[in-house]
Design a protein around this ligand. Structure first.
Ligand code: MG
Length: 247
C-alpha cells in the first residue's frame, strides 16, 4: 500500500517490512554534484556559486534607476560602499530560487537613530526587502529591524554586531508562483541566517515590502538582487563577499 507523503496513519506498519533487507531502501544514483565549499573564515564562495562581488569591480551590477553603471564606491580592500547620490543598484542577472551570501558593515562612527542609522536593504527578486540596519544598540519598530522582512516579519532574535564589525546574511529564497488572476498560487518563502543565527525560519512573504501601506502582489518572473541606497543622512554602509547559488 502507498500513502501520499505525510499521510501515513499513526501506528501503521507495512506488512512487507519484515521481508526486507537494509539495502532495499538504499540507493546510489544520481550522486549529488561535488561542490568545494568556500574558505570558512573569509566567507568565500563555494565552487558552484556565481560571485556577484569579489571586491574588484561592480561589473555584475547596474543602477536600478537607469540600468547604467552602478555608481557605488569600490574601495580597493575587497569592499564597496553605498553612494547615496547614485541610488539603488541591482544585479544585471536575474534569479528565481537561490541561496545568497552577503556581508555588510556599518561605519564605526555611525550617527543617527531609529531607521536613520545605517539603513540599507537586500531586495529579493527586486521586490521583497530583508532589512539592513544598525540595531546593535538602536531600537526601531521591530518589523523594521535588521533581519526583518520589512514591515512583515520580525526577526526571531537580534544577533547584530556592533558598528565597525562585519555582519553576514545567508538567505535561502523560494520564488512565488502565480495564478492566472495575478494572485499568488504559492507565496515567496525565505529563510535568513544572520551571523550564523536563524532569524527567519521559512517565512512566508505576504507581498511587496512597502514603506507605507500593505503588501501588494503583482505577477513577476525571475528578478535581480537589489541593494538599497537609503535616503537617511547617516554615513553609508559597506558590503563585501556577495555570492549566489541557483537552486
Ligand atoms: Mg532598508
Amino acid at each position: 500500500m502507498c500513502f501520499a507523503q505525510g499521510s501515513i496513519p499513526a501506528g501503521y506498519k507495512d506488512d512487507r517490512t519484515e521481508h526486507m533487507k537494509p539495502g532495499m531502501s538504499e540507493f546510489y544514483a544520481p550522486q549529488p554534484s561535488k561542490v568545494s565549499p568556500g574558505c570558512q573564515k573569509c566567507g568565500g564562495a563555494p565552487s558552484d556559486a556565481i560571485v556577484l562581488f569579489d571586491g574588484k569591480n561592480l561589473d555584475k551590477w547596474c543602477s536600478s534607476r537607469t540600468g547604467e553603471a552602478a555608481g557605488w564606491t569600490v574601495n580597493g580592500d575587497g569592499t564597496m560602499t553605498v553612494n547615496k547620490k547614485a541610488g539603488d543598484i541591482r544585479t544585471k542577472e536575474t534569479f528565481g530560487d537561490f541561496q545568497l551570501h552577503i556581508e555588510w558593515c556599518v561605519p564605526e562612527d555611525i550617527q543617527g537613530e531609529n531607521q536613520a542609522r545605517g539603513n540599507s536593504g537586500v531586495f529579493l527578486q527586486g521586490k521583497y526587502e530583508v532589512q539592513v540596519l544598525d540595531n546593535y544598540e538602536n531600537q526601531t519598530y521591530v518589523d523594521g529591524m535588521a533581519g526583518s522582512i520589512y514591515k512583515q516579519s520580525t526577526p526571531l532574535v537580534n544577533p547584530c554586531r556592533k558598528p565597525g564589525e562585519w555582519n553576514v546574511y545567508d538567505i535561502i529564497y523560494t520564488a512565488p508562483t502565480f495564478k492566472k488572476d495575478g494572485t499568488y498560487r504559492t507565496h515567496p518563502y525565505v529563510t535568513v541566517i544572520f551571523n550564523g543565527v536563524l532569524v527567519q525560519n521559512h517565512t512566508m512573504i505576504l507581498g511587496t515590502t512597502e514603506y507605507i501601506g500593505f503588501p501588494t502582489c503583482a505577477p513577476h518572473g525571475d528578478g535581480p538582487i537589489e541593494l538599497q541606497s537609503h535616503g537617511d543622512p547617516s554615513k553609508p554602509i559597506s558590503y563585501r563577499n556577495i555570492w549566489i547559488r541557483n537552486l
